[in-house]
Every structure is written in structure tokens, then in C-alpha cells.
Design a protein around this ligand. Structure first.
Ligand code: ZN
Length: 260
């Protein structure tokens, strides 16, 4: 049946059809997803249930019911979209945007936008416009108005060099959003170069390819690279609307909004 529908309906409409079906199945008034504009009855599970994530209280990593059943966006994506719409001019003014390791649901919002001159990049060249090592960015300084680079720095051994490179290619007056998972209870970032295998990294850092757990000094590291950091806490935002309270955002997750 699924195959037959796929054959009859042109590929351009497959996603719309899938969303329409999922909106029907999961329809409800209790929750709302701003990314796909759906009223839904529940969220689906997301994240990892590992002892280190629970013990270190790592924000943005643990198992929780936070995934949209229609567009599969996470609580982090909904937070970022809320922030981009309300606190930046990314959609209203022309911007040259560099998006590292692009999240598909955000990429979809940027890629055909008339105001966004968009470049996606990753160390792995599959599914991005350009292969890029962010510790050696092949662009001159002051190239981009905005940079998005989320849940990437915790994978990079020399994250301080990566932060400096992101700062270098950003226009003065430009901004970068640099989200990372971080521990609520660690004052100092925890690293251990002896921890090398995927199994050890998962046990010690909470994911097979992470090389550290950031602590509350994450902002200091960004500032050391030159950024001015505003830690946006949506729970303290008086402009938050009732409809936005239905987004199921993580109260512990700020937006690390970094300017040059
Ligand atoms: Zn959604």
C-alpha cells in the first residue's frame, strides 16, 4: 500500500503527505511543535539513558520524551527555532550563514529562504555543500554574518582552536550559536586524553565519539576565543507566549548566543 501511494504521488509531495498522516495520528491540543506547525497529543522518546549522563546531569543528552512525532525535531531544535525567530534577524534581513553539521529540520528552514545566503559544511562531506575541518577553515576573516555549530565542539580534541577559527571567519557584529551538551554540576570541563576507545568514551563522556564533558566554564572557553557570550534562558524571558510554553523546551537548556 505504502509503495503504491509512493508510486502514484509525485516525490515532491511525499513529505507533505507523511506529515499530514502523522498530524492526524498524533493530533492533540496539549502540545505544539513550532518547527512543523503541528498541534500534537504527545512527544516521543529521545536521548540516551546512561549512568554518566544521569550522574553528571548532562543537559541535552539524557533520555526524555521530547521528539516531535511529526517532524522528529528535538527540544533543542524547537528552542533554536524559537530563538532565531524572536531574537535574531536571520529571516528578515539578508544574512550569509555558515551551518556546521546541519540539523536537517533547521537546514530545511534555511535552504530556500530568500534572505539567507546559505553554506552547509562538515568534516564528513556526505550531505553537505562543503567539506570543512573547523580547526582550519579555508575562508578569510570576517566572511559570515552568522554561524550555527551545534553539538560539534564536544567531538573536537582542540576545541579552543575551533572556537578561534569560528570567531575569525565571523563578521564584526555577527553572531554564532554554539550549543553543546554540558554538565549542570561540573564547574570545570572534564577531559581525559587517556580515554580513547568508543566504549570508554561512552562510559566516561556519555557518547562513543565525545572527547569531553563541558562544565559551567564553557562560556569562559568561548570568551577566551574572543566571543561575547549571552546565555539566553527562555524560562526567564518575559516575552515567552502561552503557545511557546507548549513546545516542551528543556528548562535547563540555554542558548549560547555568541557575538563578535
Ligand atoms: Zn514538529
Amino acid at each position: 500500500m505504502k509503495q503504491l501511494i509512493k508510486k502514484i504521488i509525485p516525490p515532491a509531495y511525499h513529505k507533505q503527505l507523511k506529515y499530514a498522516v502523522l498530524r492526524k495520528i498524533y493530533f492533540g491540543r496539549k502540545h505544539y511543535c513550532n518547527v512543523c506547525n503541528s498541534n500534537i497529543s504527545k512527544w516521543l522518546p529521545l536521548g540516551y539513558d546512561l549512568p554518566v549522563i544521569r550522574e553528571k546531569q548532562i543537559v541535552g543528552a539524557g533520555l526524555r520524551e521530547a521528539m516531535c512525532p511529526v517532524c522528529m525535531s528535538s527540544d533543542r531544535i524547537r528552542l533554536l527555532y524559537h530563538f532565531l525567530q524572536n531574537k535574531t534577524t536571520i529571516f528578515s534581513n539578508p544574512n550569509k550563514l555558515l551551518h556546521i553539521a546541519p540539523e536537517p529540520s533547521l537546514e530545511h528552514l534555511f535552504i530556500n529562504h530568500k534572505n539567507i545566503d546559505y553554506l552547509t559544511a562538515d568534516l564528513n562531506p556526505d550531505e553537505v555543500m562543503m567539506q570543512m575541518d573547523i580547526t582550519r577553515i579555508s575562508f578569510p576573516e570576517n566572511t559570515f554574518d552568522a554561524i550555527m555549530c551545534n553539538h560539534v565542539l564536544e567531538h573536537i580534541p582542540d576545541d579552543q582552536l575551533a572556537m578561534s577559527e569560528l570567531f575569525r571567519v565571523l563578521e564584526p557584529g555577527g553572531w554564532a550559536i554554539l550549543q553543546v551538551p554540558f554538565s549542570k554540576i561540573l564547574d570545570k570541563t572534564f577531559e581525559n586524553p587517556e580515554v580513547k576507545t568508543p566504549e570508554e568514551r561512552e562510559r566516561v563522556f556519555g557518547q562513543t565519539d565525545h572527547v569531553r564533558i563541558y562544565g559551567n566554564d564553557y562560556v569562559d572557553r568561548l570568551e577566551k576565543a574572543g566571543f561575547t557570550v549571552n546565555r539566553y534562558q527562555w524560562t526567564e524571558d518575559p516575552c515567552i507566549l502561552d503557545s511557546e510554553k507548549k513546545l516542551n523546551l528543556n528548562p535547563d537548556e540555554p542558548v549560547f548566543f555568541c557575538t563578535k
